[in-house]
Design a protein around this ligand. Structure first.
Ligand code: PLP
Length: 432
């Protein structure tokens, strides 16, 4: 059944798009956008229901947040139960069962012995900020405060806060803020380039930050587990912390619970967010290895990690995350990722044959097609492809000339076929 939730202001039905245009400022959207925002009334499984009754397939899991599907019953029940117990409590000097259970579970999936810790925050960017601050402060405690340089990779994206921007430095997203960013290196994603940078800056580097296996917002660029392992080995040779930004790739999306597992490596810090709650509530976690923790593990108050947010470890979000973790424990996600990946491999072969497609690639839940046009993120083909996919009832949001899908695990075979069809239609509509 179609849910209609017409917005009412003071009891009078109004046009939500017009009211939105008078009051709301949207992310990554010009204020004078030619496209009104989609007015979304409801969601279930892989579908969004719009205010006007249209049903769309959420082909990108609402910015890679929704993991199992929209409103998974077990998570929604856990959220309802949690609201009967505890809404929120400060997390300095207080704790609650959901935060403890979640941290214990997350640490259990890490390739470390005992002694690791989980630090909570509430979005992917802050999970990265926390990792950067922890890595640097750990060096300070070891008497190497001069290690102020972080190394990231070309085409990396780690979020929109200042530390995350400094490590991403995409000229379109962040060029404007360049004068305000701190010094960091972006090297080509290769072991040789990393080795050269760490050799040149010996004794200066605080950490290396990488999106394992897939650089997401930078264009769904893939590298192999072997390449990832080679990067890790360079950091071991130079004694520099390896920080895995699993904000997009975590929780099964690339075919393993954590993408770094495929490389058989043990990062020093791991950043998680987006799918951690199944995508239904904001929460993030920075996981610190025993070696990082050891630098802080003292009663000396000057060695406190001075960082925290009002909503650190919100109990309702943690309850959602515990429920999502339990869903993952059933192992059903592995079957779904394999099913979706098989579908995508066939779809990629079809996309590659289309005129104007330079490359089509697949990793786990991700299918990406890169168009052979200049212009990067601001390329006009991005908008054209988004609108074309909407005509076919599929919500996609191309990264400029890179059209991609990343649907939730529950997406049916029929919906996968519709997404693939919408991608073909979107590419053809560009008239290349
Ligand atoms: N890191 C990666 C790899 C991401 O893909 C993103 C968001 O897309 C972030 C960090 C930032 O996460 P958030 O948007 O929750 O701040």
């Amino acid at each position: 059944p179609i849910v209609r939730a017409g917005p009412t202001f003071g009891g009078r039905p109004t046009d939500i798009a017009a009211a939105d245009a008078r009051a709301v400022w949207h992310p990554y959207t010009p204020l004078q956008s030619p496209d009104a925002p989609l007015a979304v009334a409801a969601a279930d499984d892989e579908f969004l229901t719009l205010d006007d009754g249209r049903r769309l397939i959420d082909g990108i899991s609402s910015w890679w947040t929704i993991l199992h599907g929209h409103r998974p019953p077990a998570i929604m029940q856990a959220v309802r139960d949690a609201t009967h117990q505890l809404d929120h409590v400060l997390f300095a000097g207080a704790t609650h069962p959901a935060a403890v259970e979640l941290a214990t579970s997350l640490l259990g999936s890490m390739p470390w012995g005992p002694g690791g810790r989980v630090f909570y925050s509430d979005n992917g960017s802050t999970a990265v900020e926390v990792a950067l601050k922890m890595a640097y402060q750990a060096w300070c405690h070891r008497g190497e405060a001069g290690r102020t340089l972080f190394v990231g990779f070309e085409h990396g994206y780690h979020g929109d806060t200042f530390g995350a921007m400094s490590l991403s430095r995409d000229p379109v997203f962040f060029g404007r803020f360049e004068p305000l960013l701190f010094r960091a290196l972006q090297v080509p994603l290769s072991a040789d380039a990393l080795d050269a940078a760490l050799t040149h800056h010996a004794g200066e580097v605080a950490g290396v930050l990488v999106e394992p296996l897939v650089q997401g917002a930078g264009g769904m660029r893939l590298h192999t587990p072997e390449e990832l392992r080679a990067l890790f080995e360079v950091t071991r040779r130079h004694g520099v912390p390896f920080i895995a930004d699993e904000v997009m790739t975590g929780f099964g999306r690339t075919g393993s619970l954590w993408a770094f597992e495929q490389a058989g490596i043990a990062p020093d810090l791991v950043c998680a967010a987006k799918g951690i709650t199944g995508g239904v509530l904001p929460l993030a976690a920075t996981l610190a290895s025993p070696e990082v923790v050891a630098a802080f593990d003292t009663a000396d108050r000057t060695r406190t990690f001075f960082h925290g947010h009002s909503f650190t470890a919100n109990p309702i979000a943690c309850a959602a995350a515990v429920a999502s973790w339990r869903l993952l424990q059933t192992g059903r996600w592995r079957t779904d990722v394999r099913r979706i990946e098989a579908h995508w491999l066939a779809a990629a072969a079809g996309l590659r044959k289309l005129h104007g497609v330079k490359d089509a690639r697949v990793r786990g839940l991700i299918l990406a097609a890169e168009l052979d046009v200049p212009g990067g993120y601001l390329a006009d083909v991005g908008r054209a492809m988004r609108l074309a996919a909407l005509e076919r009832g599929v919500l996609l949001r191309p990264l400029g000339n890179v059209l991609y899908a990343l649907p939730p695990l529950c997406t049916s075979d029929d919906s996968l076929a519709r997404i693939a069809d919408a991608m073909v239609h979107a590419v053809r509509s560009c008239g290349l």
